[in-house]
Write a protein that binds this ligand. Structure first.
Ligand code: GTP
Ligand code: MG
Ligand code: ZN
Length: 340
């Protein structure tokens, strides 16, 4: 049997009906059907930007059903929609359909574990904002984020924020992490929204792209957006010294236009990043260093746990694969959470 045979292709499961069907239906709905972009979603209301860039408050027409898909939120920030005006003076509208997505990023819903929760649609890159302290982002969380982004084929970047808080010892440790992730092909930045460190690079990273910012509450996602676009004046909040955690200041994901063709999605802090519908044979595929050893273990269906003659375990023992990465892999395989 071919080794690749057991590994399923990454899922493309969140697609709506074909463009042709939608176009036909949109025409049929009425000649007033408009194109728009969802820039904010509260679950019951969607802020839709029309083609002139003006905002409208919209609701969904009926239920949106997807083939093979259970989501807690059928429409995500970044979705293109077909909509029509409901009340011109109140500036409200009705969303009739979703434009087929070029991609999306989702995690397992915290409340309904059989469902996925869409984080954003149609993005060019996913940026994880991490901090080594205050609050601490675990390596397990960083690794999960990279796996999720990779599984949806979305390029990812890690930003280590709050540089102004760190002493030399923490910075030396951080450098080891930056080197580790860089060796895996992941771009890393260090920033401080207080001192301005790394902000020029951050701005350059966003240029001409649609980016979604993610990470724990309190790591400084909204502060970073404010630092490069002060006019947005987003709400930010102290990290509580008691729990050393953020207080979920941003409550809904929202997309902002920073410059023509440059959009950023600020999103609420997330505590857990559950893998949505991932097969256990698929997980190793999203770790570049494990993927590189594909086909070199004795058994074709090796999960690299305690099988004999496992090339991955040998590489961990030889220090060629970082122990933290291997532990993250095992944790994801075991369906554990990311709070180690
Ligand atoms: N020292 C320091 N504090 C920062 C930095 N960036 C943000 N903060 C502070 O961290 C706290 C949390 O920042 P926010 O921007 O609200 O964090 P967030 O990631 O948007 O949090 P949620 O919206 O809850 O997900 C605020 O008190 C900010 O002032 C930084 O670079 N250095
Ligand atoms: Mg925020
Ligand atoms: Zn193996």
């Amino acid at each position: 049997m071919k080794k690749e045979g057991k590994r399923k292709a990454p899922p493309v499961k969140f697609q709506t009906r074909s463009a042709g069907v939608i176009n036909k239906r949109a025409k049929a709905v009425n000649a007033k059907s408009l194109r728009g972009l969802v820039v904010r979603s509260t679950g019951s209301w969607y802020d839709v930007r029309d083609q002139e860039g003006e905002p409208w408050r919209c609701q969904l027409r009926g239920k949106f059903k997807f083939k093979d898909l259970k989501v807690t939120n059928p429409v995500a920030v970044g979705d293109g929609v077909f909509w029509e005006i409901e009340d011109e003076t109140a500036r409200t509208g009705i969303i009739n359909d979703i434009v087929p997505r070029r991609n999306y990023i989702a995690r397992k819903s915290v409340h309904k574990t059989a469902h996925a929760h869409l984080l954003a649609a149609n993005v060019d890159q996913a940026i994880l904002v991490a901090t080594l302290t205050f609050p601490r982002t675990s390596l397990g969380f960083i690794d999960r984020f990279l796996v999720v982004a990779e599984s949806f084929r979305i390029p990812s970047v890690v930003i280590f924020n709050k540089q102004d808080l760190f002493d030399d010892e923490i910075k030396a440790y951080q450098q080891e992490l930056v080197d580790l992730y860089a060796s895996l092909g992941c771009q890393c930045f260090t920033t401080s929204s207080m001192t301005g460190e790394g902000l020029a690079e951050f701005k350059a990273l966003l240029q001409g792209k649609i980016s979604v910012l993610s990470g724990h509450s309190g790591v400084g996602k909204s502060s970073l957006v404010n630092a490069i676009a002060p006019h947005l004046n987003l709400r930010t909040n102290e990290v509580s010294t008691f729990a050393n955690k953020g207080v979920h200041t941003t409550t809904f994901a929202e997309m902002f236009e920073l410059a023509p063709d440059t959009f950023i999605i600020d999103s609420p802090g997330i505590k857990e990043l559950g893998l949505s519908e991932m097969d256990k044979y698929e997980i190793g595929h999203y770790f570049p260093e494990i993927r590189a050893l594909m086909g070199t273990c004795r058994f074709d269906d090796c999960l690299h746990i305690d099988e004999p003659a496992c090339a991955v375990k040998a590489a961990v023992e030889a220090g060629e694969i970082a122990l933290s990465r291997y532990e993250s892999y095992l944790s994801m395989l075991g369906g554990g959470d990311n709070r180690r």
